[in-house]
Design a protein around this ligand. Structure first.
Ligand SMILES: [Zn+2]
Ligand SMILES: [Zn+2]
Length: 161
């Protein structure tokens, strides 16, 4: 049994249908059948694809918060990566994971904003850890390639499908 939901336009009406795009519950009167599923009137009105990469402000905020979390939590993760073998492979996996997290936090819209946040959030921990070596001019080439690989993977996780 799923919890009964209430139409976001008619809060007193129970429904079990929700919009394929934004996930808000909609009653049978409000729902619009489209070729990509049942949608709320707001999303059905927009042409297909118009919403991809367009974030609502709360989704943008959540993307930024997820990006900050990734940037902070990434520091110990990257530190460990640098101690392990297969740093490049692990960096790609970590970058993809970070990108996916940010993508989900932003309502899975993807697009240029999500890509930018993911790439920056992924690069920050590498830069933090590499800064002392960079300043000393004793950077290991692997440590320069790893952030690039991770950033590309983070961007790929946010591509539009
Ligand atoms: Zn909707
Ligand atoms: Zn309704």
């Amino acid at each position: 049994m799923t919890e009964p939901m209430h139409c976001y336009r008619h809060p007193k009406r129970e429904t079990r249908v929700s919009c394929a795009t934004c996930g808000r519950p909609i009653c049978t009167e409000c729902m619009v059948a489209t070729d990509v599923g049942i949608k709320c009137p707001d999303d059905a009105r927009l042409p297909r694809g118009a919403r991809a990469g367009v974030m609502k402000s709360n989704q943008l905020l959540r993307s930024i918060l997820a990006g900050l979390a990734v940037a902070v939590a990434g520091v110990p993760v990257v530190w460990v990566l640098f101690q392990l073998p297969f740093t490049l492979l692990l960096s790609a996996a970590a970058g993809y994971g970070a990108g996916t997290l940010i993508n989900r936090s932003g309502g899975r819209n993807g697009g240029p904003i999500a890509i930018s946040i993911s790439v920056i959030a992924t690069l920050v921990p590498f830069l933090v850890l590499m800064a002392p070596n960079l300043l000393a001019g004793s950077i290991n080439p692997y440590q320069l390639i790893a952030p690039v690989v991770a950033a590309i993977a983070a961007g790929v996780a946010n591509r539009r499908i």
